[in-house]
Write a protein that binds this ligand. Structure first.
Ligand code: DX5
Ligand code: ZN
Length: 216
């Protein structure tokens, strides 16, 4: 299986967004993870469209946008216009996941759904054929720097079996508490893409840390 790393810009230095994005652009990481929080779906506020601009300008890599906002259907098209290559919204944040997936696809991006730690992976079974990606949260969404919830490994493995049973190509991405210490276990459980914020930007040598996680 492929191995993808998606460093989270939430842990970057917002005073040097262009510099930090260029660092990711030079690195072995394939995607750039963008965490959008509205203070309603999660108890924290991060950033929106204007902050995506300097990031989009500084890299041609895949912009992997993780929306932690209520009523995502109101905004998904604008995120595609702002340069998102993948738009992922939360299953818990909308009453019409299928409609939201269609909006993202029609706007020209890949569509993903994320689930919080307490949401069973099984709720996604019927949606799998319509999804490019499932983002399994391995911490409660809202903040960087939390510890990986160990039960997430079993959820990833269950989701991997569901995807294989349906013969889909849906990518499993995992977000929260990922480091070089657990990257191997998460890949081996069935993930193809890992998000890492504090482990990358908190490292003395972020580019080397990215390689370490990809080769874990
Ligand atoms: C949390 C965000 C994550 C966060 C990960 O709600 O979705 O992407 O930036 O940060 P770390 O890697 O520090 O757990
Ligand atoms: Zn995220």
């Amino acid at each position: 299986m492929q191995r993808i790393l998606s460093p989270s810009m939430l842990s970057a230095d917002f005073g040097h967004l262009e510099r930090d994005t260029r660092m990711i652009d030079r690195s072995a990481a394939q995607w750039v993870h963008i965490d959008v929080m509205d203070g309603v779906f999660v108890p924290n506020i991060s950033f929106g469209f204007p902050v995506m601009k300097p990031i989009r300008r500084a890299t041609s890599k895949c912009l992997d946008v993780h929306l932690m906002i209520v009523e995502p259907e109101k905004y998904v098209e604008r995120f595609v216009q702002a340069g998102a290559d993948i738009v992922t919204f939360h299953y818990e944040a909308t009453s019409d996941p299928k409609g939201c997936i269609d909006l993202i696809r029609r706007a020209g991006a890949k569509a993903g759904i994320s689930i919080k730690p307490a949401t069973p992976v099984e709720v996604l079974d019927e949606l799998l054929p319509t999804l490019d990606l499932v983002l399994v949260m391995s911490v409660e969404p809202g903040f960087g720097g939390q510890s990986f919830i160990p039960e997430s490994l079993d959820r990833i493995a269950r989701l991997r079996r569901m995807i294989e049973a349906r013969g889909c190509a849906t990518v499993i991405e995992v977000d929260g508490g990922i480091s070089a210490a657990n990257a191997r276990a998460v890949f081996e459980a069935g993930a193809e893409a890992l998000v890492a914020g504090s482990a990358v930007f908190g490292a003395a040598d972020p580019e080397a840390e990215i390689v370490k996680m990809l080769e874990a």
